[in-house]
Design a protein around this ligand. Structure first.
Ligand code: 1HE
Length: 249
């Protein structure tokens, strides 16, 4: 099915996804989330993704127009749908670099949190206006954002409507890099190309194992790490890459 909400462009090993609904500040309606889900469920031979937004903002969060008339049952199904879609991103096989500018609010921040690397341009700001709108997180923010920046900060953001600008977002660990306005896409592509050069099986292990191990007890985590490490090291490609290091190739 042709994409109308997310522009998709291939550049070698890296695929660029752009939320493409600038007139509505890339608010996440059902069609957008379905298109993201579809892409990440069957990404093909992609090695890394750069995700950004068209226009002046990364993403204005949940499409409030669609949401206004939902019943409790609708909201439950809607939230579960976002959970599926965003889990498919976080626990997929493709590292995702989110490049954020302007608003990254509500569900937009939840989406960014499902990515693996976050780059903010100086114009970026982060907020959780759910309290102001009389709703709640629904795209996994209670789980992903609290792990990313801490429950206390998420709680405070939701209560007060506080906006974190890019440099403060970096300080609290919400983003990994801050770059000048207009420089985010090129920098995000550079990171994605670097990531694409890693062994694909290591990238998958990083995405799949690391967050799960972080949720385990100490003893279970160490066991899972040993299992993951032993599976990785016996891949032919691992042997070849280590040999290449010693042969200075
Ligand atoms: C929207 C949305 C939206 C803009 N749903 N239509 N999200 C929010 O509470 C954020 C709401 N949006 C904003 O605060 C502002 O739009 C922005 C700061 C992002 C951008 O401001 P600005 O001045 O550039 O744009 P604007 O004039 O406010 O909006 C432009 C158009 O986009 C306008 O439509 P138009 O037909 O009048 O031109 C807006 O109605 C439309 N628009 N944001 C629908 N969000 C699963 S739970 C997740 C819970 C949440 O995400 S809560 C946070 C919701």
């Amino acid at each position: 099915m042709e994409s109308t909400r997310v522009a998709i462009a291939s550049d070698g090993d890296v695929t660029h996804l752009r939320l493409d609904r600038a007139a509505k500040r890339n608010a996440l309606d059902d069609a957008t989330v379905a298109e993201l889900h579809r892409f990440f469920a069957t990404p093909g031979a992609v090695r890394a993704v750069v995700l950004d937004g068209a226009g002046d903002h990364f993403c204005a969060g949940l499409d409030l127009a669609e949401h206004a008339t939902r019943t409790a049952r609708d909201v439950s199904a809607h939230s579960a749908g976002w959970h599926d879609a965003f889990d498919t991103i976080q626990f997929g096989r493709i590292p995702v670099v989110a490049v954020i500018h302007g608003a990254c609010v509500g569900g937009g921040f939840e989406l960014a949190a499902a990515a693996h690397v976050r780059v903010a341009e100086r114009s970026a700001f982060f907020a959780l206006p759910e309290g102001q709108r009389g709703i709640f997180l629904g795209g996994g923010g209670s789980v992903r954002l609290t792990r990313l920046i801490g429950t206390s900060r998420v709680l405070e953001m939701m209560l007060t409507g506080r906006r974190y600008p890019a440099d403060e977002a970096e300080r609290i660990g919400a983003v990994h890099y801050v770059v000048d306005d207009g420089a985010g896409f090129a920098f995000g592509m550079e990171l994605a190309r670097k990531i694409a050069q890693n062994a694909a099986h290591s990238n998958v292990a990083i995405l799949q194992a690391l967050p799960r191990i972080a949720d385990m007890s100490h003893a279970e985590g160490l066991f899972a790490e040993t299992m993951t490490a032993s599976l990785m090291a016996t891949e032919d490609e691992s042997r070849e890459r280590i040999a290449a290091f010693f042969e200075k190739r």
